[in-house]
Structures are given as C-alpha cells and as structure tokens.
Design a protein. Sequence first.
Length: 273
Amino acid sequence: MPQTPSRSSARQTTRRLHNSRTWRTLARTGFAVNGLLHILLGAIAIQLALPGSSDADADQSGALESLAATPVGGPLLWVVTVGLAALGLWLLVDGIIDRPDEGAVRHVAIACAKGLTYLAIAATAGQVALGGRTDSSGDAQSVTATLLEAPAGVVLVILAALIVLGIGVYFSVKGVTQGFRDDLDTPAGGAGTAVVALGVGGYLAKGVALGMVGLLIGSAAIASDSARSTGLDGALRSLLDLPFGAWILGAVGAGLIAYGVYCCARARYARLD
C-alpha cells in the first residue's frame, strides 16, 4: 500500500532528525551520563560492602542524589536529564525506522524497552534536579502491592519477576558472548581491547544485579509480601546476606563501575549508523 504524501514527508523528516549531527551528539551524551551514573552506583555499592556502610540508596536514585550533592550537581543533573531523554528518544526512533527485514518485532521491542527505560531515568533525574526526592524501593513495593491486590495478582508479579530476571540473563549472556561488540566501532589494539574487557565485566555485573531484583520480586509474589520487592537497592544489599557477601557486593560494585566506564567509552565508539 503506497504511503500518502503527508506520511512520507513525516517519515523523511523523522529520518533527517534521527541522522542529524546534533541529535547524535545528544545521544552520545546520553551514553556518557549513563556511564557516570553507573560509576556512582558502583561506588555506592562498594561503600555498602565496607564496614560502616553508606545510607545512600544503591540505585539510580541514590546515584542522582549523590550527584546533586556535588558543587556542580544542579547543572550536571540537567545535562543528565537532557542526555538520557535524547538517548531514549533516539533509541525509540532508531528501533522503528531502522528495523531489519528479519526479526523486526524483536528488534523494535528491545529498542522500545531500552528507550523507555532511559526516558524513565531521565524523568527521575529531572525530578531530582527540581529539588524532589525519589524512593525507588518504596515505588517498587507500591507497584508490587498494587499488582498483588489485582485479580491473578500473584501471576502478574511472577511474570514481572521473570521479565526482570530475563533481562538480567540477557545482560549476562551479552557480556559472556561479547555481543555488545556489535554496538561499537572500536579501534584495533589496546584501546579496543580495554573497552571489550570493561564491557564483559560490566555486562556481567549488571546482569547479576538485575537477576537479584528479579529474584526478590519473585520472592514477594510467592510470599504475597510486597515488602520483599525492594528494587535495585534492596537487591544489592541482599548480597550481603550471602557467604562472603561483602566480597560479592564489592565485586558487583566494581563491575558496575566497569560498566560505567564502558558506557563512557561507548559515547565515543557507539555505532549510530
């Protein structure tokens, strides 16, 4: 079915915006600020693993509030907000207009999930920049409680747990198989090797963290207790209950820092074509 002139014009305008230098620069900025947040998140996780642990939340909200506490926190938070929002929109548009002939549905679904995630974090950053506070653990418990009260609520929460757990497995597999290399255009030699090493460790750590979130959501469903669904902060803190938990949490924190540095490198080497 041929496209109408108005639809064709809108598609061409969207593609020109998607391919513009300004838009791509903003998207790369999004990768960089996402890296900064993960570096802060990893640092908070390591602090939790040490005696006299920090009171900061070990999640994106805690990282944003740590950033807000710095002398240049206000302006940086707006850079984070704009960068992540631009990256989220870029991923959404890219997933729709550059979808492959085979596996188009999967491609669009993944791109939309990534894009909406970055937009959600951007909204949180904007809230903190305006002086608000966030409570991701409380939000997670509230959402879980609402789902548990719904018809077939336990099934819905278990489904949510499986989705989050699946995302964690996706990150881990992408790290082990180095699937993230398809996203990069790195130079041969030392710099490229270092970026790949950071990606492997970073994706594995992120996968472990998200996997723990999924397990806690599943635990909340089985026990019908929304308090067990505590988001990323609770998931990382729960690692301390394991044998050698402090060492495990410290290793995950180091991995999250590695992922953050990888994201900063991706701002330079990402394939945006």
